[in-house]
Structures are given as C-alpha cells and as structure tokens.
Design a protein around this ligand. Structure first.
Ligand code: CP
Ligand code: NVA
Length: 313
C-alpha cells in the first residue's frame, strides 16, 4: 500500500492501480460511511480533515460526481473549491505540470473530470497531492465503488457473482472490468463489435486471469446474471450519435432481456439515463432497479475514496 506522505500521494486514477485488498478496503469503508451517516466518527476520517481542501475541476458536465464529492468533503469536515476548466488557466493552455505543482501548494487533493485520461496521469506525475479520476474517456472508477457497494447491499458479497453489461464498451465498462478482475466476480459484456471495450483494458484483464466474457449477444450475456448494467449509448465527447444508436439498438435493456437474468436480479445504471434508448422506463423505474440507491451511494463512496486518498488505512 502506498505511503501517505506528500512525496508519494495516494492517487485514485484507475481501479487497476490498486491491489485487491485495497479495493476491498475502500468498498468496506464506503459501507461504513453509509452506516455512519452525515457525521462520520473520527476513526473513519482522515487526520486534520478540518484543514483539508479538495479542488474539483470539470472539463465536462456533472451532477452526481460534482455534488456528491462536494457534500462528501463537507460532511467529513473539509472544504471544496469547484471550477470548470474554462475558469482556470488550464483552459488557456497553462501546462498540466505547472498546474499540478501550484495546486499541490494550496490544496490537499484534486478531483478532475477530463476529456483525455492522460490529463490525469500527467497531473499525477507532477502533483504532490492525490489526483482523483472523476471520469475520463477511459474509465470511471469512483462510479464503480458505488456500484460494488450497491450490488452488495442488494445481493450480498460480489465475489463469485455474475454481472452482465449490455451496451457500449465505454469508460464505465472499463472500470467494471478492472473491478471484476480484482474482486473475482464474473463479468459478461455484450457489445456491438464496433464498440467493444478498450483493447488494452481487455488485454490487462486477460493477462490477470479475470473472468471476463465478451459477446455480441445481449441474451447470452444476461442469461442467469445476478445484475444487469447498462449506460448511455452516447457518452460525453462521443460524436457519432446516430450511428451509435443504430449499433446499440439490440442491446437495450427491456423487460424481455431482464427476464433472462435471475428472478431476483437487480438493474443498475450510473445515470444520466435515456429512457426508451439504452433502458426502458419499465425497467429503470421498475421493482428490480436499484438506481436511486446507486446514485445515493456515490456520496458514501466519495467519502471512502477521500478518506483513503487522504491517508486512512
Ligand atoms: N454517474 C455520474 O458520474 O453522473 P454525473 O455525470 O452526473 O456526475
Ligand atoms: N459513459 C458516460 C458516463 C456518464 C456518467 C459518459 O462518459 O458520458
């Protein structure tokens, strides 16, 4: 486990950067944060959190990530500064390395939502405070901490379970793949071949011996699953909406597809959702959907991520 000194900050950029025990620890902390409510006890909080500031920078819109990180930091006792990219000199081309060094002199952690994943890795190279990935084109690890928590609340331990993904092999799918490898559950992804998950992420999973199955048939992926997950067909930054909608039509999660999963399977979606596209209203607003718990759990998960990044073991 990395040390907590400013020289070697605990970045949270990809789940694949963590070992299994650390990921398990963060999910357990998220469960504990939820039980603790609005005022987590000192044992769950980082030292000197009252003096800590989280800087948040957004290159893309956000509702859940922005508000849940802001509320999480305040409920832990710290403070936040939220900026859009264009508010900063980054928007005018200031080098990432300079920005990382300067923010490290003011704040205690930074969370960014970025267009290009390499923005995060470059910042992390030069920052002496933790860098947290609030979504990139490649991955969305904070979301998956909340999703793992949500699964476990509804269905018990995720180890050995089967999760099915139907739709675009996007950033959220990549973080699911990382989690499946680390926490040893089966992940069956159904994607149109043109929108398969990132090749490097799949190669990493294969090398690590993950139980990842890829098919182009949603019926195959969902059969007997404990959980069905999907996401928007057009992620932020995607240009080819009409083509994507055409390719992804057969992967829509509707009642017929849900019937192929276990009777007590749950449905998850990171939101924002587009009813009538990737999911029918009857599924997302139906009895098997846990999307509101999942959205709430972003708050508890952010507290756990912040606590870990700021030094809680
Ligand atoms: N799920 C998620 O990250 O939502 P926002 O885009 O609203 O932050
Ligand atoms: N895949 C989506 C997730 C939004 C939270 C996107 O990147 O837009």
């Amino acid at each position: 486990m990395p040390a907590t000194s400013k020289a070697t900050p605990r970045h949270f950029i990809d789940l694949a950067d963590l070992d299994a025990a650390t990921l398990r620890r963060i999910v357990d902390m998220a469960h504990a944060m939820k039980k603790a409510g609005k005022r987590p006890p000192a044992a769950l909080k980082p030292a000197a959190i009252e003096d800590s500031i989280l800087v948040m920078i957004f290159e893309k819109p956000s509702t859940r990530t922005r508000v849940s990180f802001d509320v999480a930091m305040r409920q832990l006792g710290g403070q936040t500064i939220g900026l859009n990219n264009t508010d900063t000199q980054l928007g005018r081309g200031e080098p990432l390395s300079d920005t990382a060094k300067v923010l490290s002199r003011y704040a205690d952690a930074m969370m960014l939502r970025v267009n290009e994943h390499k923005t995060l890795t470059e910042l992390a190279e030069h920052a002496s405070i933790p860098v947290i990935n609030g979504l990139s084109d490649l991955s969305h690890p904070c979301q998956i901490i909340a999703d793992l928590m949500t699964f476990e609340e509804s269905r018990g331990a995720i180890k050995g379970a089967t999760v099915a993904w139907a739709g675009d092999g996007n950033n959220v799918a990549a973080s699911w793949i990382h989690a499946a490898v680390l926490l040893d559950f089966k992940l069956r992804l159904a994607c149109p071949p043109q929108l398969n998950p990132n090749r490097n992420v799949m190669a990493w999973a294969q090398k690590a011996g993950g139980k990842i199955e890829l098919t182009d048939d949603a019926n195959v992926a969902v059969k007997g699953a404990d959980c069905v997950v999907t996401d928007t067909w057009v992620s932020m930054g995607d240009q080819d909406a009409p083509k994507r909608k055409q390719l992804l039509g057969p992967y829509a999660v509707d009642d017929a597809l849900m019937k192929r999963a276990k009777n007590d399977a749950i449905f998850m979606h990171c939101l924002p959702a587009y009813r009538g596209h990737e999911v029918s209203a009857s599924v997302i607003d139906g009895a098997q959907s846990v999307v509101w718990d999942e959205a709430e759990n972003r708050l508890h998960a952010q507290k756990a991520i912040l606590a870990w990044c700021l030094g809680v073991n």
